[in-house]
Each structure stands twice: as C-alpha cells, then as structure tokens.
Design a binder for this molecule. Sequence first.
Ligand code: PHE
Ligand code: FE
Length: 303
Amino acid sequence: MNQTNAPASDFASRVTDSGKTDTALRGDYSHVQPDFTIDQGWDAYTSADHAMWRTLYDRQSALLPRYAAPEFLEGLTRLDVRNGIPDFRRASEVLDKATGWTLVAVPGLIPEREFFEHLAARRFPVTNWIRKPEEMDYLVEPDVFHDFFGHVPLLTHPVFADYLQAYGIGGAKAIALNGQEHLARLYWYMVEFGLINTKDGLRAYGAGMLSSRGETQFCIESPSPNRIGFDLERVMRTQYRIDDYQQTYFVLDSYEQLMNATAVDFTPLYARLRELPPIGPTEVLPTDRVFTLGTQGEGHKAA
Ligand code: PHE
Ligand code: FE
C-alpha cells in the first residue's frame, strides 16, 4: 500500500494493513507531526502514572544485577530515572552528552520508514503513555516503560549507539531492496532479545526481556530456550514469535562483534536470503555454536 500521500494521523487505523497488530493502536495520533513525533506532555502524567513507573522500575532493578549486562546497568544508573516517568528533555541531555542521541516522544508504534529515519538521525522514538495496573506483566503494544527502561540505557554505550544509527541507515536500503523482513529479524533478536557472553556468564541486554519481569529471568535461567552464538545470516533467517517468551536467543561476544558483522554491504546478503528457506524458531542447525540446547519444555507467557 502506498502511504506517501496519506496524513500521518491515519496511521493508527492503517496499522492492520502493515501487519504489525490486529487491533487499533491505543495512542492518540491526531496531533502527530509529519515525522510522527508529539509533545511528551510530561506535565499531564498523574501521580498514579508515576507510581506505576516506580513499581515497574523497582521490580526490574531488583532483578537486574543478576541478569542484565553491565553496560545496561551503567546506563540505567547514569540516566537516574527511578523517581517517576522521565522527562525526555532531561534524559536527552544525559544521552546527548554520552553518545549524541536524543529522545523524541511518539504516540506508540510508528511506520517503518519514519522509525528508520529517526534512528539514522540518532533520535530514539519513545512512546509517551504508560500501561494500566491490570497490564503490569503483559502488554500488547510497547509503552514508555518498555521503550525507555528497555532501550535507552544501552544508548549511552558508544558502540551500541553507533550500531543503532547504522541499523536506521540500513533500514532505508532494506526497503529499497525488499529486505525488511530479514532486517526486522536482526532488530528482534539482537536489539529486543539479545544476550551477551560475559566473564560472569550470559547476561541480557535486549529491551524486550529487560522490560519484562518474567522474561528477564527466563532468558538466563530457564532450560527451555536455545542459546546460540550470533551469526548474521543465521539470525536473519530465523522466524520469531511475538506472543510468548523467545524459544531461541542469540549470544554476542561483544557489541563490536555485532557492529563489525553488520558493517558489510547487505545487498548480496538480501539476494541470497531470498533464495534460502526460513529457519523455525526452535530449530538448531549442525553449524550452530550452541551455548545451551533448549528443552522447549516450559510453558511460558506472563509470570
Ligand atoms: N550494512 C548494512 C547494509 O549495507 C546496514 C546495516 C548496518 C544494517 C547495521 C543493520 C545494522 O545494508
Ligand atoms: Fe522495543
């Protein structure tokens, strides 16, 4: 569907066509700028909104020392956002000093092209609303807790910050080469659900697990999922599920490994990937570097 001439505010009702979700989006898209940003409206948060943030923050930060990558923990400390929903302008100052990134507010999911453009300009789009009490453990759309708590801490890390910008630049190219589906898997497995091998064992750095109490523990401790060494082509071939904990996680040796592996021109890679069958979410290949072979036994969702 050609969306070029449609007003940005139509996106929320068009989202079904893009296949992202089958329900209307919750955010208010009626005041978005052409780049889908809005004013955060920080003054409009209620004390209940801030209390919800603190509850989620306290719960996650109690778990994180055992499960999260040290770079994530350092970033989180630096942002100093334990007291309530952060003001994106203040957080942007911290981030800008660290890596030159800034945050922009959005009403929720935004179209691929605009999302890539923000990343390419070192702007991270963060949803402005927070979940309701009955959604504490499971939420269909990303909210400010997922987007900020999950994604922003690692943006203080110079290599990861450069990686996400490179990913955004690569996005426009993927659209031109029809490689979006393969590129999206790289985001899913290595930005939302990545693990990293440290001297203290495997640690999580992905936003998807680190903003989820259940998956933070599951991804490190459960015997159920596979944990497989990062390989670019392998990751880009692997299908994923969006409605449960992951059945396979990919493990980095370092953020540099991700940066270096993706620095090559993807044009021939997209061409090759088009000819190869996808790999199922639980499949293990003889060529895999297996950290743990999953039992796939655990029933997952929402603690
Ligand atoms: N190197 C990729 C390309 O040529 C772009 C890219 C960089 C994609 C980093 C993802 C991550 O298309
Ligand atoms: Fe996310």
